[in-house]
Design a protein around this ligand. Structure first.
Ligand SMILES: *Cc1c(COP(=O)(O)O)cnc(C)c1O
Length: 220
């Protein structure tokens, strides 16, 4: 049951930890059930799908996060609809977000995406490139508020994901201490359906869960 899955997860989180309910391929009806059960952040990885679903929740308290790789030419469609872009992973995307945010006179909350497992099929910056990228954002993108980091651990049995989450937490703390970040840098988005308990144990402040909520397997 969608409702019990969401409530089970929410009960285990501290107030400063957030649940992003990942709604890619999920029907409006199931999203409404999730909302009724207490979901307040929806994560979508495709712009087209987000735009189709957005009108159904316009009068609700839902915040939308873009969590998938974002094409530069699509930033303008979502800039005034999402409250956070979690997949900021390259310089030209940052420049486009900066441009569109400035045009709309807003400041966009973003997370910098890290490719923590150095996987060729995944997006995100390598750990060693993070500090230079943060410096670039601080100097050249006044309309981007850098709120933290996002990462996906390699797809491994949950127990084997721990070292990746530990590395992320260390990097997160280093970034917080760096002169290139501000006090807004408080979000560490990591943990998905099969590994979120491990991620929480290792310091995640935001988990992104789809299949464990919307398919009939239970939350473990
Ligand atoms: C799909 C997706 C998730 C959720 O994955 P599940 O295994 O279904 O919980 C989280 N983060 C990103 C970036 C995704 O694309």
């Amino acid at each position: 049951m969608i409702e019990t899955h969401i409530q089970t997860i929410l009960q285990t989180l501290d107030p400063q930890q957030k649940l992003v309910v990942v709604t890619k391929t999920v029907s409006i009806e199931d999203m409404q059930r999730a909302y009724q059960a207490g979901a307040r952040i929806f994560g979508e990885n495709r712009v087209q799908e987000l735009l189709e679903k957005y009108p159904f929740f316009e009068d609700s308290e839902v915040a939308w996060h873009l969590i998938g790789n974002l094409q530069t030419n699509k930033v303008r469609y979502i800039i005034d609809k999402v409250t956070m872009i979690q997949s900021l992973n390259r310089e030209n995307l940052a420049r486009e977000i900066q441009k569109q945010a400035q045009k709309h006179q807003l400041v966009m909350d973003c997370l910098v995406e890290v490719n923590i497992g150095n996987e060729p099929n995944k997006h995100g910056l390598a750990i060693e490139d993070i500090h230079a990228f943060l410096a670039f954002l601080a100097h050249e993108c006044p309309n981007i508020r850098v709120c933290g980091l996002m990462a996906m651990a390699p797809y491994l049995p949950a127990a084997e994901t721990r070292p990746y989450f530990q590395q992320m937490f260390t990097l997160f703390q280093e970034c917080q201490e760096s002169a290139t970040t501000t006090p807004a840098f408080t979000t560490l988005s990591m943990g998905m359906s099969h590994d979120w308990q491990v991620a929480i144990n290792e310091g995640s402040t935001m988990i992104r869960i789809g299949s464990a909520i919307f398919t009939e397997e239970s939350v473990k």
